[in-house]
Design a protein around this ligand. Structure first.
Ligand code: HEC
Length: 119
């Protein structure tokens, strides 16, 4: 009985590890139209509704934040963990460890869509 409880606890630990924040989200299809709402709620206070940035954060339409130089894996890392040593005079970007995988995939799809539409 005790052993079964142990096994159960181990399984839960493994499950928690498997669901950890480092899990890639490439299996989740991002929906740009849904990502716009996520962006407005969590991101636009620093990056502005049009992604052009403001005094609290840079424009995400700078070539340095676009593909292929700025891959999705890097954007994902920034969204989850933030940026504690920002360039320039910005305060650090907070991480969003509690944003679900679908929301992150959606907001990334939205950022990519706006970037792709930028001449
Ligand atoms: C409190 C302000 C703030 C919020 C909220 C914020 N950011 Fe940022 N973000 C910043 C700052 C400041 C930087 C610049 C970091 C640097 O210079 O390296 C940044 C940088 C970035 C970058 C570029 C990464 C890099 O190399 O610096 C991306 C992509 C980004 N943010 C996306 C997002 C997304 C998506 C959200 C919403 C989920 C978000 N940000 C919310 C302030 C913010």
């Amino acid at each position: 009985m005790k052993r079964a409880a142990m096994a159960m606890a181990m399984a839960l630990v493994l499950l928690a590890a498997a669901c950890s924040e480092e899990e890639p989200i490439s299996s989740v299809e991002g929906v740009a139209a849904a990502g716009e709402a996520v962006f407005v709620e969590y991101c636009s206070e620093c990056h502005a509704d049009d992604l052009m940035g403001n005094e609290d954060g840079p424009s995400l339409l700078e070539p340095e934040y676009m593909l292929p130089g700025f891959p999705d894996t890097e954007m994902l890392h920034h969204i989850r963990h933030g940026e504690i040593e920002p360039e320039g005079d910005y305060d650090p970007m907070p991480g969003f460890p509690n944003l679900g995988r679908q929301s992150i995939a959606d907001v990334m799809a939205y950022v990519r869509a706006v970037q792709a539409a930028t001449p």
